[in-house]
Design a protein around this ligand. Structure first.
Ligand code: GLA
Length: 393
């Protein structure tokens, strides 16, 4: 269970940890939830995430030497290292996210002195809401604000993704870092993960709410299964090349072409490719219907996305399926699906605002009845990306 703390509490704690509040800055870096477009980013495809109103906060002050002193209020743990000698902490720990980002910034001479930082977050960890990418961006933005050298948004996004791929060792796509850096309030972000072209799509806020339900299942298999899916997608590309020689990724195959040849593929690869190719089309359709304010059609696409993730991509789990099917049966819920990498974590549902309180009570009661797990439920709105907050000290 997470507790939302006030900035004044964080400031007092900073003084306790580091002795002074001189030159203190504060950075807020949100979590994210993906509305549609799952497991498409590493296939050069399309995604449509929003940033959520839960975030990681960093209070930081510059130091004159090259030491970095971090204190996590969630883990009640300190970490100390110097910029010249950064190596991964073992066993794996939260410290590796800041370390990964800082080692890349240091190698590129984008950080020129150390700092003290207090870190606190109310994004649930391990729930698939990108608390790790939020921490990466929070650190990169802290360095930018402390050193005064601006890193272009796309450079910051790629650097944080590289830190996660190479330093932390998780082969994630670019979606999480992208939305956390560039999100704007009340909008979803349509991202073309090949060209990195993006477009803000306003979310009609008159009568719908975004509801995140945490299954309480930690994403156990995630690393090995995630990497396996990437491999299977690559196999799909190489087999489909014999029909469409110019393709570079599953993104390049359109649905009608795929239908014509899918029966020639081995079953597993066929299912994986079918998910990615159909999901890309669903994202394009979802953007269109959202722009037309057609929420029932948007919800329908979310429902189809879940079906495809469950049956074709096989990244759901029984608890996520229960949450989704409960939500889909509720009158006033437009659509529901698992979100993020899968194998546990959260679902995302779009619910009519007039019935949202009843929806929450219903899910809480019925999910607990079915699984004996009490779900955490977060009512969220599309929030802004990583930024500096004004501190009143
Ligand atoms: C994780 C990864 C993202 C993306 C999703 C699945 O969140 O970090 O890059 O691949 O899984 O859509």
């Amino acid at each position: 269970m997470t507790i939302t703390l006030h900035l004044s509490t964080l400031t007092s704690q900073f003084k306790v940890q580091f002795g002074s509040l001189d030159n203190l800055i504060c950075i807020r870096s949100p979590g994210r939830v993906n509305l549609i477009g799952e497991h498409t980013d590493y296939n050069d495809g399309f995604v449509l995430p929003i940033a959520i109103d839960r975030a990681i906060y960093i209070l930081a002050q510059p130091r004159s030497d090259n030491k970095v002193n971090l204190y996590s209020m969630n883990y009640l743990e300190s970490a100390e290292f110097t910029l010249e000698t950064i190596s991964p902490t073992s066993p794996a720990s939260w410290v590796n996210y800041p370390k990964g980002v800082l080692s890349l910034l240091f190698a590129r001479r984008l950080v020129n002195h150390g700092f003290n930082a207090l870190i606190y977050g109310d994004i649930p960890v391990g729930a698939g809401l990108s608390s790790s990418a939020a921490l990466e961006l929070a650190i990169a933005y802290t360095v930018q604000e402390l050193s005064g050298c601006t890193l272009a948004p796309l450079d910051m996004i790629k650097l944080c993704q590289q830190a996660e791929n190479e330093f932390v060792g998780v082969q994630c796509g670019i979606m999480d870092q992208f939305i956390i850096r560039l999100a704007k309030e009340h909008t979803a972000l349509f991202i073309d993960c090949r060209t990195l072209h993006y477009e803000y799509i306003p979310i009609p806020n008159n009568n719908i709410r975004v509801v995140i339900c945490d299954s309480g299942v930690k994403r156990g298999l995630i690393n090995s299964e995630y990497n396996l899916r990437q491999e299977q997608c690559k196999q799909g590309v190489s087999l489909l090349k014999s029909y469409f020689p110019n393709i570079l990724a599953l993104r390049d195959v359109c649905w009608t072409d795929f239908i014509n040849v899918q029966n020639n593929l081995p079953e597993l690869v066929r299912k994986r490719a079918r998910h990615v190719i159909s999901e890309n089309q669903r994202v394009l359709d979802a953007v269109k219907v959202l722009q037309e304010n057609n929420i029932p059609a948007f919800g329908q696409l979310m429902n189809e996305s879940h079906k495809s993730l469950k049956h074709d991509y096989e990244v759901s789990c029984p608890e996520l399926d229960i949450l989704v099917s409960l939500a889909q049966q509720f009158d006033g819920c437009f659509g529901s699906r698992m979100t993020g990498a899968g194998f546990g974590g959260c679902t995302v549902s779009i619910v009519h605002s007039e019935v949202v309180e009843r929806f929450i009570d219903y899910i809480q009661a019925e999910y607990q009845k079915a699984t004996k797990i009490k779900p955490e439920i977060y009512l969220t709105s599309a929030s802004s990306g990583v930024s500096r907050l004004f501190l009143e000290i």
